[in-house]
Each structure stands twice: as C-alpha cells, then as structure tokens.
Design a binder for this molecule. Structure first.
Ligand code: TYM
Length: 327
C-alpha cells in the first residue's frame, strides 16, 4: 500500500504561478510514488473576513486549477478540508498540548496581525495547529510546500514530538520538500508573489494579461537605459528565467544583461514565451472543467470519501492514546 502525505492550498482567490511552481508542480510529480491527499483548506481561509456566498466558487476554482495542472484523481485524493471533520477533531487535541507562547512567535501570525489589525481572531492564532493536524492526520513523512511554509513545518514536527512524548509513539516527524521554485517573487521584484499583494501572474491569465504584467514588471532598478549594463543577480526577471528558461537562454540573458547587449524588453520576451506556453494549456483545461462544475463536485465528493477512512483510523488510534475512547 502506498504511503500518504497531505499538502494544501487556501481557496482565497485564484492560484498563481508561485503556488504552481512552489507546490502544485511537486505534488503532481509525487503522485506515482505516494497516494497524496491534496486539500482545499477552506477552514483555514475562514481566519480572514470573507463573503460566504463566494466561498463555494473559490473552492471549485481551486479544484479546477489542481486538476488542470495535472492532478490525477485516480492516483491522488482531492478533497475539501471541511468535508473531513477529523481535521478539526485532531486540531482540538493538538491544541491541548500546544503552549500559547509558541504560537505567538510564529512569523505568519505576526504578519497577519499587521495585515488585519482589526480582526485578530482565535482562528488566526490557532492556524498552525489546524495545519499540523492536516499533515499528521495522514501520517505524512514529507510535505511539498513553498519556502514560506517552513516555519509551519517546524512547528508541526514539534507538535508530533510533543504528542509522541506525552501519549506514546504515534506520528512521524514530517519533512518539508522544497522545489527550485520554492520562493517566487511577485512582479514588484521585492515581495513574495501573493494574492493579497496583487503582484501575481495567475494560472488563468490570458496572453494579453501576461504581456501587460511583464511589461511593467521590475528589473534591476539601477539599469535605467538600454545601454546601461545590468546586474542579473538582483533582477527578478532573471530569477524567473531560472525556473522557466533553458540553461542556454539563462546564460545568454545573464551575460547579455551584464554587457548591455540584450535589453530588458528582449529578455522579458523570452520569459514571456515560456510563461505563455506553460499557462495556456492550464487555462484551457481549467475553463473546460469549470464549464462542468458537477463533475468537479463529484471528484471532490469521491475524494472526501477516500480520505475519511484514513483520517478515521488515525483518530481511533489517537483517541485510544489520549484515553478518551471507552467504548
Ligand atoms: P497557501 O494557500 O498560501 O499557498 C499554497 C502553496 O503555495 C506555496 N506558495 C508559494 N511557493 C513559492 N513562491 C510563492 N510566491 C508562493 N506562494 C505560495 C505555499 O508555500 C504553499 O505550499 N498554510 C498553507 C495551507 C495549508 C497547508 C496545510 C499546506 C493548510 N494546511 C498542510 C501544507 C500542508 C497556505 O496558506 O498555503
């Protein structure tokens, strides 16, 4: 029997190339070796204000993106977190062994408090515990994620260690798996590509969207004119070339930049061609899937049905270990 691992994405807007290169692409590559559980983590998305009327659409949109990117429901389990109540059940038990001081030091919590000072709710504080429960419920040994999630994985290992020490050996300590695209910067060239910063190229952007966004994307700020030499090491376009372009193209662009023999416009054109090539089939497959939402719903329903017995088996073991199972 293949091992499972869990990885997830919040349905908090459309997915961008950071999500794809940092996470989804790795998931697809691992689905022959494992039987992975890919979750659309809607309970996590409730930690910021949202419109309940839009949540369902966002979940379907994320599911269609996963499927369009190559997630194969005959190999992987695609599910919605709230369809498997064991996630929150395990989170409660993990809450009871987690010191509050430890949670208050998690960098993503501090960042969210800065972003939403008027909505610092318990869910936001507890977010990493629910994430640890997602991962441990399936006894994940690996978790493919982007670099921003590493502090959460460190925390998850601590939770596993603490549970095992208090209640007996139950969980493995999961390791993060990072790809070369583990930290994709946004078009501003400074911040991580992120839905909340509006600096993204989305997986369903049209060629025209991509062209417009790349035209204004930041390069080496010191390179003001075409004839000025640039520094490819600090240019975000060059960074993106490292994930999208061939080694020869990367060499040509980096050397050309230093010698001012290639301008930013031409350098961006090469990148643009590769981006469009990658995104076009994803966009078309996604549109096709969203045109038949009932098929996507069926896949999610079947995914939850496959996830539940795995989650239940872990919870039976956990309930016995913590001493609440008397029947
Ligand atoms: P989320 O929804 O913010 O992002 C989903 C995945 O995409 C990766 N990612 C990036 N990778 C590279 N460059 C970027 N600019 C970039 N932006 C996002 C993220 O690292 C992540 O892998 N807390 C999680 C969701 C979650 C989860 C889990 C993940 C809940 N439970 C259990 C793994 C396992 C989050 O907010 O991801």
């Amino acid at each position: 029997m293949k091992k499972h691992f869990f990885s997830g994405i919040q349905p908090s807007g459309k997915l961008h190339i950071g999500n794809y290169l940092g996470a989804i692409k790795q998931w697809i590559a691992l689905q022959d070796q494992y039987e992975p559980v890919f979750g659309i983590v809607d309970y996590h998305a409730m930690t910021v204000r949202y419109d309940p009327a839009e949540m369902g659409e966002r979940v379907l949109d994320a599911a269609a993106s996963y499927l369009a990117a190559g997630l194969d429901p005959s190999k992987s389990i695609l599910m919605v977190q709230s369809d498997v109540p064991e996630h929150t059940e395990l989170a409660w038990i993990m809450n009871c062994i987690t010191p509050m001081g430890r949670l208050s030091r998690i960098p993503t919590f501090k960042e969210k408090v800065r972003q939403h000072p008027d909505n610092v709710n318990m869910g936001l504080f507890d977010y990493p515990v629910l994430m640890a429960a997602d991962i441990l419920l399936y006894k994940s040994e690996i978790v493919p994620v982007g670099e921003d999630q590493v502090p959460h994985l460190e925390f998850t290992r601590e939770v596993a260690r603490r549970f095992n020490a208090v209640f007996g050996e139950t969980f493995p300590e999961p390791a993060e798996v990072l790809s070369t695209g583990a930290r994709i910067l946004g078009l501003d060239g400074v911040n991580k590509m992120s839905k909340s910063l509006d600096n993204c190229i989305y997986l369903d952007d049209t060629d025209e969207d991509i062209r417009k966004k790349l035209a204004t994307a930041f390069t080496d700020p010191a390179r003001k004119r075409r004839d000025d030499p640039g520094d490819p090491d600090i240019c975000n376009i060059m960074n993106l070339h490292r994930v999208f372009s061939t080694p020869e193209e990367q060499k040509r662009c980096a050397e050309g930049c230093r010698e001012a023999s290639i301008g930013c416009v031409d350098c961006k054109k090469i990148l643009m061609g590769h981006m469009m090539e990658m995104i076009a089939p994803l966009r078309e497959r996604k549109a096709d899937l969203l045109a038949r939402p009932d098929d996507v719903r069926d896949i999610l329903r079947a995914g939850a049905e496959r996830a539940r017995p795995i989650a239940r088996a872990t919870m039976d073991e956990v309930r016995r270990a913590v001493g609440v199972s008397v029947t």
